[in-house]
Structure formats: C-alpha cells, structure tokens
Design a protein around this ligand. Structure first.
Ligand code: SAH
Length: 513
C-alpha cells in the first residue's frame, strides 16, 4: 500500500494514557493503541503501552521533558494532520487526561481546521490519581467540598502572569498543582501572602501510580525547604489541603510489600505480563527486560517436527518439558487433525505444574509429573511408575536448547526416543519500552530468572549488574547456570514456578533470605 491512500480517510485519536500504572489506561485507549498505524507519544505516557501497538506501527516520540521539547507543539499538530491525511489511523497518547493541562484542546482545534476526523478519549488525570495513590482523597466530606486544579507552570513573579494567586489562595478546599515543582517556593510564598495558612498540609507525589512513585509531605511553611533538601524533582503533583492528613490512615499503595523495589523480569514478552502484574500488585517497580523470544520451527525444522506430531499416536509416552513445547505441539496437532482422539493412547508426562496447566488448556490430563520439577527427573519418575522402560516408544517435545540429560537417561534405560523440536529460544533485541535504558541508568534491587536461557540472554545484553542487586532463581538448574556465570543466587524458589519465584522475591525484599 502506498503511503498516500486517497480512498481511506485517516482519523486521529487523542488519548489520555493515564498517570502511568498500566491498569489505569481506559479500554478505549487500549483499542486506539491496537488500531494505530502511527502512535505519537510523549514523555509522561507510560512507554510500556507501546507493546500493544501493531508490529508495523510507526512510533513517534514527541518528547516534552519540561525544557527539552523533542518536537515543538506546532510540529506535533502538523504531524498529526499530515499522517491522518495519508489515510492513517493516528493515535496521540498523552499522559493523564488529554484535556487537563494537556493541550488536547489545541490539537483538536487544529484537527477541526484541517478537516480530520478525531475522537477524544479521556484519561485518568494525575491530578486526582496521583494523590489517590499517595493515600490522599482530593475531596472528603469531613475536610472539603471544593477542588481547585491549577498549573504551576507560570512564574508567579512574572508581571504578565495570568494566574490569580489571590483567588487560588482564597478558594476553600483542596488545591492541586500540576507542574511547577521548580517554582514551588514562589507559589507557596504567593499563596501565603494572599492569606494561606502556614500550617496547611502539603504533599508532593512524584511519578505517581508507577512503581517508582515517591512522595514527600510538609506544610505550606516547610514544603519548599523539604523538597529542596530531598532534591525532589518533577514530574510531581502537589496537593495542598487538610485531605493530605488522610494519608496517615489510607496510604495503601506505598505500604505494599514490594513498594520501592525495582524488580527485573526476564521472561519472554508474552510470558512476562502475568508475572509483572503480580509483582506490580505487590507494589514493585517492574522492569520487563525480555531477553529471549520463542521462535516456532520453520521450513525443514517445521517439516521434521510436523512428521513427529502427525505420528504422535504411535508413542507410549509423550513428554513435555515446558509450556512452550505444549503450545507449539498442540497448535500443530490441531492443524493436522480435527479430532482430539487422533492423539491415540499415549500417556502424558509433564515436568511441572506450569506445563501441566498448559496441557489442561488443551484438555489433556497429565499422567505423570516428577516430584522435583526438573526435566531429567522425568526419567526417574517414569522408572518408578512403570519399572522397565525398555523398548517403550517415547516422544520428547522440547526446545532446541534443552539440556541432553533427559535423553541420556531415557536411552540408557532402553527407551526408544524421538525428539520433537517444538521451538527455539533466540535473543530478544531492542528496547521498545526503555526498560534496558532504565536498568542501565538506575540499576535494580532484584533480578528474577525463570530459566537458564533467560540467564544467558540477560548476560548477552552485556549490562553491568550492580553489586547490591540480588538475584532470585526459579530452581536448581537455573541457579546452576547463574553460578556458572560467577553470579550469586540470593534466593531460590522453593516451588519451581512463578508463584514460588514471587515468594522468593518477597523473602528477599523483606530481608528474610
Ligand atoms: N494531562 C496530564 C497533565 C499534564 S501536565 C494529566 O491529566 O495528568 C504535566 C504535569 O502533570 C507534570 O508536571 C506533573 O505535575 C503531572 N503529572 C503527570 N503525570 C504524573 C505522574 N505520573 N506523577 C506525578 N505527576 C504527574
């Protein structure tokens, strides 16, 4: 398709991305990202969202770190119009709500002028969600019945300032200031000069709703000094009012067990999300650094695997040592056969609960699982279960890089073994969400490894692992690989699955390991 498709009219979605917690994106917002041919995003929109975009979606960073506009506003407007005129679906992602100090109104006006269809997709504004995540309700019947949201962007000492601080100071109830951390002192002075009370509580919440949220509290008299001393920087929401006191009782987010801990997840991107979500729910600042990607067999390799899958009914045992193997096997199986009974009478062995759960998704029960969820233990479990393995036909569905120990054990017991290479793990390159960059700049408290290949993949990235970073491993094989690389395993999961690994992370974080 040419870039200019005259038959198609483009559209522009002006979408509020919320304050950062991925769960605070609206359903409509997510749809707009998924549909986008072009995604224009700025500094405050969580870059984790970019992964929802189509693989061929054009990603354009529009910047906006206060003094460092990557593209000036005029340029952004032109860009939106130009791309939509090419017939493209353009999604403009903005932090918080696009119409709360987000210049969404201006962009919409430009689009109207240019005759481009558009939609406004409101988002959750940091002005409300930021305080909420710091345990501060912006209104509360006991404390106030009015809320004023203002910008601290304008210099209060500027003669031509359009801000009327006397009015703001006089307004009863809660006041929320967006932007302006640098001008906090002069804003406070201005409010106090206009009748503000020195004792009014004030809180600033930085990178609100994200794993790296920080907050600081004081009063109108003290806050500027405290912020300066702590070198507390933007982006932050400032809340002024008695509601700040509620934080003592309802500070739910910052009291979570992993709050303030940066945890690296190294699983493949599709697998990572479940684990990341659980860690986030525990308050962790999650850096998803997928080091490997799963590739299904192609060409000759696919032909070889397909032949084995086609003959699956010939085997006495089908052995699965990973959920990926199960998925690849059954997807191919149902391409070859329309009937589940084509699986024949084979019995099924799974290395652990994750693999068994994946089998269950395909409505296949697991007949055998070793007590220790380690591949080569399957041979011992089989021996225990059936005694003599001699001449039994087995198909081991495995990854290309699987360790050979299981093969050696089964062959030495006289089994007739075929091996189906269901997938291979290849290094994941690129850094679409900026997580690798953050790791480089800020390090991490804990790195989690869920397999030997994630260890190898992570080390291939060549990142320096800071001395203080602790390492959590899912099980003994992974630990072995970690140690072979001269790293120390600080915690090994008792149960060799994701919940087990998360339990190990919690132990590490609480200092009990
Ligand atoms: N449209 C946005 C506000 C844009 S103005 C919204 O509705 O949230 C930019 C300012 O928003 C920042 O300077 C900061 O004051 C605030 N802000 C946005 N996201 C934030 C976050 N995650 N944490 C703290 N402040 C945030």
């Amino acid at each position: 398709m040419s870039d200019k498709d005259e038959t198609k009219t483009g559209i522009c979605y002006l979408v509020g991305a919320g304050p950062g917690d991925p769960g605070l994106m609206t359903l409509r917002g997510k749809e707009c990202i998924e549909m986008a041919d072009v995604l224009v995003y700025d500094y405050l929109a969580n870059h984790d969202f970019l992964r929802w975009a189509k693989p061929d979606c054009e990603l354009i960073y529009a910047g906006k770190k206060a003094d460092n506009h990557a593209i000036p506003q005029g340029g952004i407007n032109e860009l939106l119009v130009e791309k939509a005129r090419e017939g493209k679906i353009v999604t403009r992602l903005k932090g918080g709500d696009p119409l709360v100090f987000g210049r969404g109104g201006e962009e919409a006006e430009e689009l109207v002028e240019a005759g481009i269809p558009f939609e406004l997709v409101p988002g959750i504004s940091s002005s409300i969600a930021g305080p909420a995540y710091a345990g501060i309700p912006v209104t509360h019947r006991k404390h106030c019945s009015q809320l004023t949201i203002f910008t601290g962007h304008e210099d209060p000492t500027k003669e031509e300032s359009s801000m009327d601080y006397a009015q703001i100071a006089k307004a009863p109830g809660t006041k929320v200031m967006l932007m302006g951390v640098k001008r906090l002192r002069s804003v406070m002075e201005e409010l106090l000069a206009n009748g503000g009370d020195l004792e009014t509580p004030v809180a600033l919440v930085r990178w609100a709703t994200r794993g790296n949220q920080e907050s600081i509290t004081g009063t109108m008299a003290t806050i500027a000094d405290l912020v300066e001393k702590a070198d507390f920087k933007s982006p932050a929401v400032t809340v002024i009012g008695d509601v700040v006191g509620c934080r003592e009782t309802i500070n739910w987010f910052e009291n979570r067990p992993l709050f303030g801990k940066r945890v690296v997840v190294t699983r493949t991107r599709p697998q990572a999300s479940g684990m990341s979500r659980q860690l986030r729910e525990l308050g962790a600042d999650v850096l998803e650094i997928p080091t490997i990607r799963i590739e299904r067999p192609e060409g000759e390799k696919l032909r070889e695997f397909a032949e084995l899958v086609q003959d699956c009914h010939k085997y006495d045992w089908l052995i699965f040592t990973s959920p990926n193997g199960v998925e690849s096997f059954f997807e191919l199986f149902y391409k070859l056969y329309n009937d589940a009974r084509s699986l024949g009478g084979a019995r099924v062995a799974a290395v652990g609960p994750g693999t068994a759960a994946k089998l269950k998704e395909f409505h296949v029960a697991t007949d055998l699982m070793p007590e220790k969820h380690v591949g080569d233990q399957i041979a011992d479990a089989l021996k225990k279960e059936i005694g003599d393995l001699n001449s039994l036909m087995m198909l081991w569905v495995r990854g290309e890089q699987a360790r050979p120990v299981l093969r050696e054990k089964l062959l030495s017991e006289g089994a007739i073994l075929d091996e189906g290479i269901a997938y291979s793990t290849v290094p994941e390159m690129g850094d679409p969400t900026g997580a690798v960059k953050r790791f480089r700049e800020e390090g991490a408290d804990i790195i989690t490894f869920t397999s030997s290949s994630t260890v190898d993949g992570f080390l291939d990235l060549g990142l320096d692992i800071p001395e203080s970073t602790r390492i959590a491993s899912i099980g003994p094989i992974t630990s072995e690989t970690i140690e072979e690389n001269q790293l120390v395993v600080d915690a090994e999961a008792e149960a060799h699955d994701i919940p087990g690994l998360i339990a190990a992370v919690l132990k590490l974080a609480s200092g009990k390991e």
